[in-house]
Design a binder for this molecule. Structure first.
Ligand code: SF4
Ligand code: SF4
Length: 550
């Protein structure tokens, strides 16, 4: 089986030798084999090719000299000696006449190399019948753009998005415009390969081509309903394209950055689902389906990594009971116990609850609920209920931070999240409190009486902890250290807020909203006033309860 990675690969040529081919697009769990021999700054996709070649024992692989990464990948795999046929195609950067001639020579060279390798003869008929018919796609769709996505992420997107999804990245939009019948009358092999080279190079250009202006049609398509733009760390081609298009697009866009591994699947799933909820206009659709039962109660359960929050609401949107408990080891049992406690507080039994909606990281693990909705959509809904003037919600939870832009109806218009690192989250503050031997409550106000402006230089939780230990050893005052930590959280959150742009009114939700020191630090850093209310930590559960009512 021949493996390939790029849409410019002449796979039909291999069919001419009776060879089967498949695209190499699986995302590994980690890069343990690749990291032993490759430079750490290779992009994740390059590492994944090395990892697959070494771990799966890929025997035949054809690469394209797309970028420096692929040149390194070729050298490393060649050195490892795992492939019996390894070939790098020389792809031009333009598609003018001279470049087509040069590319024809490259294709003929590859053909000779493969002839020599297999000892087989090239069969024109098998070559011709390998060309897939051109597919005409019509109707609304969501496009995956940017750097290639692995098949796991593509499947996740297709499962979550309420429109047909078209993968328009490096491999997904391989489309050759060839008149196969015209090939019948081409006796000369060079001429045949010239036509083939022309078809390969005339595809919609990728960002690696010198002139990629034709890519504008990808964004101007009236059927396009939304864009999921994928970037890979260290890949400049698509990082630059994202910066160019993000403010020009008229449809919603979600940026997903991955390292091309399956790590952080849960967080990616949440982002994709929240984007999907935005696209489907979930809030408005559901508003039309209000329950006809006159007297009833609903429950919203926010199952977070640190706490499980419950809100019970009556049919008039009054909060009748709420509970916040530590999540512990099991989302399911914590939700069950907390719901019992909330029912007890409300003085009602389980049969009075007509509908339950779950949200938060553990939302899918709670059985017995009627629906689960992402915390992004629920926080937006809850924030709008608590203060309809809010347009920017800053939610710092146990393991992530989010900034959500909402409209006048409480619907999500855009959002950004921190990456998988814990910097700037509740977990960061929890670990720092532990390092200082303080409770979170003590941490929240102690830093307000600071005198020396200490700067915590490391954003990384592990390094910041060592920094705190060393500051304690230097006899630095604890309030000054806490003030430095609060500023460090504020810096991380401010970066997210600035990515969305400052839009009043601002509200802070999640457990960290109770931390006065962090709230002041964010206000100072951004020069804004944050709306904080006593229900701030319940915002997600509140939104879930409101969806349950609707
Ligand atoms: S960027 Fe272009 S040349 Fe590189 S792999 Fe993608 S399609 Fe191929
Ligand atoms: S993802 Fe970007 S950097 Fe990596 S191989 Fe592809 S084009 Fe090169």
């Amino acid at each position: 089986m021949m493996h390939y990675v790029c849409k410019y690969t002449p796979v039909e040529l291999f069919a001419g030798f009776g060879e089967k081919y498949t695209v190499l697009d699986d995302m590994p769990d980690n890069f343990d084999l690749s990291d032993r021999i490759a430079h750490p700054n290779l992009c994740g996709f390059g590492k994944s090719v090395i990892q697959s070649a070494l771990s799966k024992g890929i025997d035949k692989l054809v690469l394209v000299n797309c970028c420096d990464t692929m040149r390194r990948v070729y050298d490393i795999i060649k050195d490892s000696g795992t492939c019996s046929f390894l070939y790098m195609i020389d792809l031009p950067h333009k598609c003018g006449y001279c470049q087509k001639e040069a590319f024809t020579e490259s294709l003929l060279h590859l053909k000779s190399a493969y002839e020599k390798y297999t000892g087989k003869q090239f069969d024109r008929n098998a070559f011709k019948s390998a060309f897939p018919p051109l597919q005409r796609v019509s109707g609304p769709y969501v496009g995956i753009l940017g750097a290639r996505v692995g098949r796991e992420i593509e499947a996740m997107i297709k499962k979550s998005i309420p429109f047909p999804v078209r993968n328009l990245t490096c491999i997904g939009n391989r489309s050759l415009s060839m008149d196969i019948n015209a090939l019948e009358n081409v006796p000369d092999e060079k001429q045949l390969f010239m036509i083939y080279a022309d078809a390969l190079l005339s595809q919609l250009p990728c960002r690696r081509m010198n002139d990629s202006t034709a890519r504008r049609c990808l964004y101007a398509d009236p059927n396009l309903r939304g864009v999921i733009y994928h970037t890979i760390k260290f890949c400049d081609y698509y990082g630059f394209e994202y910066s160019e298009i993000k403010d020009k697009l008229t449809v919603p866009i979600l940026k997903l950055e991955t390292d091309y591994t399956r790590q952080s699947e849960g967080q990616l799933q949440t982002r994709i689902e929240a984007f999907s909820e935005t696209l489907s206009g979930l809030e408005n659709k559901k508003a039309k389906k209000r329950s006809s039962i006159k007297e009833h109660f609903v429950a919203g359960i926010d199952s977070g990594s640190a706490s499980t929050d419950i809100v019970i609401m009556d049919q008039n949107k009054n909060i009748v009971a709420s509970v916040i408990t530590p999540t512990g080891g099991s989302a399911q049992s914590s939700a069950g116990k907390s719901l019992d406690e909330a029912l007890h507080k409300a003085g009602i039994d389980r049969s009075s609850i007509s509908r339950i909606v779950t949200t938060g990281y553990g939302r899918s693990y709670i059985s017995g609920s009627d629906e689960s909705i992402t915390e992004i959509t629920c926080h937006a809904k809850g924030a709008h209920y608590l203060n309809p003037a809010v347009r920017t919600v800053i939610d710092i939870g146990g393991q992530d931070s989010k900034v959500i832009r909402i409209d006048e109806t409480g619907a999500v218009r855009n959002f950004v999240m921190n990456d998988k690192c814990a910097a700037g989250t509740g977990r960061f503050l929890e670990m720092m409190a532990r390092a200082l031997g303080l409770s979170l409550e003590e941490m929240s106000t102690l830093g307000l009486n600071w005198k020396e402006d200490i700067i915590i230089t490391s954003m990384c939780t592990v390094f910041a902890e060592s920094e705190v230990v060393s500051l304690v050893a230097q006899n630095k005052a604890v309030p000054d250290i806490i003030h430095g930590l609060n500023n460090s959280v504020a810096a991380k959150v401010s970066t997210l807020v600035n990515r969305l742009g400052l839009k009043e009114d601002f509200m802070m939700t999640g457990g960290v909203a109770k931390n006065t020191g962090v709230v002041h630090a964010i206000e100072d850093k951004l020069g804004i006033k944050l709306y904080i209310c006593k229900e701030a930590q319940l915002c997600g559960a509140l939104g879930a309860a409101l969806f349950a009512l609707e």
